[in-house]
Ligand binder design. Sequence first.
Ligand code: RUB
Length: 317
Amino acid sequence: MALPEVVLRTAEDIKALRVQGARNVAKAALDAIIKLLETHPSDIKDSVVSAVKVLAATRPTEPALRDAMTFVLRKLAETEDPGELIAAIRNYEQEMVDAERRIAEIGSRKIPDGGTVITHCHSSTAINVLVEAHRQGKDFKVIVTETRPRYQGKLTARDLLSAGIPVVYVVDSAAYFFMHDADVYLTGADAITSDGYVANKIGTALMAVAARRFDVPYYVAATTLKYDPVTAAGYWEPIEERDPREVIDPSELPGAEIRNPAFDLTPPDLVTGIISEIGIYGPQVFPLMVMQHRHIDPSLEEEIALFRLASGGSQDS
Ligand code: RUB
């Protein structure tokens, strides 16, 4: 069936990074489903399932997006009443907001008054932590890396400046140079695997290595939705490889292979703690806490089904 404009437009916006950051991506997908239910309230089953397939496949390294879409499918199995579905989705979105608020509260305690924080990319969750620490009257500055190739660091710098937080904006390759000025390295996360690896914007792991070199603690601000349950079933966290033209016009380097991985995986031994809505835990303990907190069925049937759908079965050989 032909999908309504709102779903296709949202999928395009996510793919083109006009909507970016794991939380924003999951919310945009849920909002598109709400719009679909509002505008096409009859015979919803096929249209919602098709929308979920398209939206879940927009960005592969996003368990929060997949969790949101799994939630929609689970609710759809319970009710096909558009009003009830919309209410359930709004409730899920509110839980995401509440989780980020709790993370901001917990994480703000790790921001040193009079200190310096260094961050990478654009994470709503990490920014909330910094804004909350500032709201409490803590005085600190944030070193923000520009985050090539798409310069998400500019978004972070703008958000922090508009909250009144001093920003030092630097190129990615200056991260080592500035790391020894930092008291804390703080980022968000796209995915956390069952063995404690943290997927976040490319360059995050390199900065974690630098942080370790200077004994700077590395905290990851992430809701429990970032835990990727399918990794416990042996699937690899997929790493999205984007269009090489984001890096350089290939005609400038004829013959060169140009690669553009969007994320890297920081190993657990470089992560001090994951700041989540259920508390701060080491990356090895975090998966267990999430499984308990979210009552995830260890068979992972629904999660694996959507993962296979979203990834086009790329790991099923
Ligand atoms: C964004 C990114 C963010 C995480 C977490 O990458 O790496 O750190 O998505 O964001 P991209 P949040 O710009 O490629 O989406 O904390 O907002 O969920």
